[in-house]
Write a protein that binds this ligand. Sequence first.
Ligand code: FEO
Length: 398
Amino acid sequence: MQPVEIKKDIHWVGAVDWDIRDFHGYSTPKGTTYNAFLIMDEKIALVDTVKKPFLDDLVRNIQKLTSLKKIDYIIVNHVEMDHSGSLPVLIDMIQPEKVICSSMGKKALIEHFHRPDWPYEVVETGQTISLGKKSVQFIEVRMLHWPDSMVTYVPEDQLLLSSDGFGQHWATCERFDDQVDINELLPHAAKYYANILLLYSPLVQKLLANVQKLGLKIDMIAPDHGLIWRSHPDKILGAYDQWSKQVAKNKAVVIYDTMWHSTETMAQSVADGLMEEGLSVKLFNMKVNHRSDVMTELLDSKAVILGSPTLNNGILPSMADIICYMKGLKPANKVAAAFGSYGWSGEAVKIMTEALHEMKFNVVEPGARIQFAPNADSLKGCYELGRKVGMAAKEIVS
Ligand code: FEO
């Protein structure tokens, strides 16, 4: 991809990864991009780099604009390898005057690359460095997405170079939000939030408050993944406010796996009960759905119901997978319940109920258990469980 001028004298010089399909457990069926930006001024600054295999793309793009040796500063907003993997080679090639990063960034760079000799310049929130006509201001955003994370603001252009925040994993030849369908873009951003940032929601709220406190006017948000928010920064800021407050709609997700279709039949009756209470329901059979798509749907759902038959005194492995993943991402403010069939011991519902309590959900108990195969009578219990969850979900004020 060619460099693209995103603001006068500020250029996208990153790379598009059309092929990546898994991002540490998050499915990326449409690839991603690694965005890097070159600010051309009296001092030339490169903001972020790319994953190591894409170094040549970055170098080619920079060389269309200037020679590598003319770059004065490299700003490292985030040390994770998708943004700094090519840094050691690049620093050798550029020999920059400064490698600008947060204090945690310096620590992480040394721990990753074992190069304490690089010309680090540690910056703090609110600190500004002049490049000539333009300047760069820094805001530390610890844990969005790593302890080292910060964002860079260019006040003269009201441009926020936002690192992982506001990103999407979507490989496109377009660079801006107004060049694609916003109704396709926002779900990519929601999936990114649900699978990368959800557990840091309180910190997202803090970041949004900091932006207000510092009086930053934002005309454009350029994240390190996906499309740049040129025409709709307000839309993504509003969405982040809602997602980080975990505002939910009248939606429910029923997540299950099944051995001989008994638990699947129960899932359908639970869903009928939820629908009876006016909730929009999605069923996710974990044999055919990816955990990251389930999390995306869960992001703004009021209710989550888990189903598994008992296998070897436990639950099915696919359910253990989604429960482990969900726990880590810390969704909040949900009504929940569990159900499942069993043959003789029947521990699955208890195990899932405990997991739901651990996630601090409002758990409707008892869950529904059916021995071997359901019949019309036993399915009424599942339907009623769905209704009870639906009634409790309607009490959640969003
Ligand atoms: Fe895109 Fe946290 O790295």
